[in-house]
Design a protein around this ligand. Sequence first.
Ligand SMILES: [Zn+2]
Length: 266
Amino acid sequence: MTTVQQAFNKGLPAVHRPPLEREDVCEVHGAFTAYCHLGNVWTGCRLCAAAAEARRVDLEARKEKELRDAEWQQRLGRAGIPERFMASSFGSYVVEHELQQQALDAAMAYANEWAQVRVVGRGAIFLGNVGTGKTHLAVSIGKHVMRKHGASVLFVSVQRAIRSIKDTWARGSSVTEAQAVALLTFPDLLILDEVGVQHGSEYERQVLFDVLNERYETRKPTLFLSNKTLDEFKVVMGERVMDRLREDGAPVVPFCWASARGRALR
Ligand SMILES: [Zn+2]
């Protein structure tokens, strides 16, 4: 059967012919008009084509996000952030009472004032029992300044910091002591965990103070985490360091409530 259109097309060169039309049915979207521009090739359902394109764009976006997430995880790993705290954020910090709210507010204020914190070199001191969320909030600060300000961050325990320097004294070490010290003085924010736990020699403590001194001179903030009381912390750090922390307005944030881990076990 020859339609009027086909009869009309016969007299025209292929490129100038209007496309053939026919009614077709998509199983998903129902009736649609299909077009044939050349030969016997008919167009499919436009809605199906749009859906396929949307799926392709979505898949590409997801792949890109996976790549970005993997890069971010690597950055967190390089920053020394403990694996079980990598997902920690201000939003995931559970507040059950006023003291926890105050700790969260203080941590968020420190992160939000980063531009000024970095200029002054203002440190911060988080004191309290194990399992009260000191690490969670310290990591949240670290992640915030990494993401929002492109700051370099290093999370390290005092023992590991001292160990990293001590290891360079070994014969045949590929890293010099100066390089090991530089790794600790370079980051914009150093999060020093387990302050006061070290039983190092006087010389080892001196090395640590050299690091803190260098950071102080270059106005780079250090965030101290410790299980000690404020009085014990003062003894560990010494008058000189405490004076500087006070001068720069370092907040002391108490975490003096029962451990969340202990509670969860009961
Ligand atoms: Zn369809």
